[in-house]
Each structure stands twice: as C-alpha cells, then as structure tokens.
Design a protein around this ligand. Sequence first.
Ligand SMILES: [Zn+2]
Length: 360
Amino acid sequence: MTQTPTSSPSPFWSQPAVERALTGAHDSDRLSRSYLFVGPDGVGKWAAAMWVAKCILCYETASGSRPCGTCDACRRVEACTHPDCHVLFPVRKSDEDEDIEAFLSAKRTEPFAVVRFAKRANLAIERVRELISELNKTSVEGGSKVAIIAGADQMDKDSQTVLLKTIEEPPPGAHFVLTAADSGRIYPTIRSRCQLIRFAPVAPDAISARLQSERNIDPAQADLIANLCGGGWGNALRLATEEVEAWRQFAVTFWQKAFQIQTSTLLEEIEKAFRKRSLDQVLEAFDVWAYCLRGDCARVGDLSSRRAPSEDGAPIRDLETGWACWRILRNGRSILWVNVLPRSAVAGTFLTLRERLKRS
Ligand SMILES: [Zn+2]
C-alpha cells in the first residue's frame, strides 16, 4: 500500500473510490497520461494530484514503495519546487506574484487548503503557453514531467484550445493532472482526452468529527461549519479561521433578530453591514441563513403544540412555510450571480421572507 506523509492524514481522506482508482492504476503501472479530477473545493484534488506527481517523479526504484514521500524528489514536489513538476493555477493578473506566493504557501502547509482571491482570478493564455513551452523542453532530471493545472475550469476558450493541442499530442514523458470544481466548463474535447476521477463531497458528520478531534472546535460550531463547507475539508478549515468565523457569527446573529425588528431598522442594518462585503461573503451569509432556517424548521415539531415560537430566528409554524422560506433564500442567493448589488439582494430576500411569514 502506498502512503504519503502530508500534514493531512492521507491525500485520499474520505475518498475511498478515488484511492482505489489511483492506487490500483499505480500498482499495475497504468497511471493515465492525463487526469481530470473533479469535485468540490477542498476535497483533496490537489493532494491527490501531488500524489500522482510523486508517483511519477519519486527516486525510489521498488515500485511497491513509490511514492516514498521522503526522497528529495517527493519533498520537492510537495514544496512545489521540483523542476519537472509544473504547477499552474488561477491568479489575478494585477497581483500575479502576490497570488502565486499566497497559493503556494497555503498548499505547502495544507494540501487541502482552499485559496480564494479577492477579485476574479484566471488562467491567462500566456501562462498556459509558458507551461507548454516548459513541457516541450528536455526534463531537468532526465525523467518524466508533470503538469498540474488547478482550477482548470477557469481557463477561457483560447487557453483551452492551446492546452487541448498539447494534451492530444503530449511531449514525450509529459503527464497532466487537471483539477476542476465544475467539469461542465471544460471542453468535451479536453474531457474526452483525460481520465475523469470524481471526488465526492464528504458527509458533514465526518467533517464535524474531524474538526472536533483535530482542531478542538466545539460541536455546535463544528456542525455548522461541516454543513456550510460543501463537503470539502479544506473549505471547512477556511471556514474555521477566526476572520471567517466572525462573519459567520454576524450572519447567525443577524438571522436571529431579522424577524423581530422594525422594517426600517432591518433595512438600515442591511445597508450598514452589507455595503462593503464581497460576493463570497454574501454567498456565505446566505449559506449560514439556510442552515439557521433548517434549525428553525427542525423546531416545528416542538412548537406545534403552542404555535407561538419565542426562540430566535424565523418563526416557522409549519413545514410548508419552511419550504417557502427555503425557496426565497435560494432565489435570493441565485440573484447574487446576476449583476445586482449584494445588499439589494439581501434586503429583497428578507422583506419577502417577512411577508411570507406574516401569512403563515
Ligand atoms: Zn520519493
């Protein structure tokens, strides 16, 4: 059995199907020349890509012991300094150096880390061309070369066209691992050239248990994070940082009082709190509210006898209202993707929620 020491227990944590597919291919010496790893943020696509790169570049000669995880080659792959392991990921054009450093340092510390940049980052065609030109040179160490392209779904049409030509006719010894959250944004022609490996979202229970045991996070917070992280351990770690926690706590408190205060006060609060928030933060607030709503709905059974909920949160009296509120939240969240001011989407959502609750 091949194992790699990383800061996470395994590059395949909670991904048994992925582990079987990749270790099986490696053990029978049939690793694909081109992989496409698909799955939500933070599920371990990068960690598995590193594992594949180490399998290919490791100095250990006995195939059963590869990747050893300790030789110079394995260490340099992990540190993203191996001259024959080329990594590419989305960065902002305006702050390229800063983003590259931030991404690499996060991934070196925690391969499952989810790195998000303030503004939209992308994989510019010049960087794809640069990568291809590196792959066309003789390898520095005389062996194979590996290209890891993370966030491959953020390549535009031209970048994908350039990459496709190289994947169709790869330079001798070149291997590709592409990772993407949304395989639908990758051209079918590229997809068909790659072996697709799907990473499943990890169940909230497993993530919550690990947050509690490894990070000493209290059970209520761990459950909340586990339900918000979309099934990705790396995303759970991001949500567990103090900065994000403060925002999440604000969103919880906001939900608790949003149905008790005057409409004018509510609108003032929204104006104040959401004016300078990024799209990601507002999306996260919507996820927190969906979680809070679920908790409110779960209390419906307890409340049915007295029909006068005094708890904080949405006064949900029946599940039909609960579903209606769920749809309102979902619509509000999807409107954020349209070119609308986040605070307008929040205000519209809460006004609609209050209207609907009045009718229940
Ligand atoms: Zn090694």
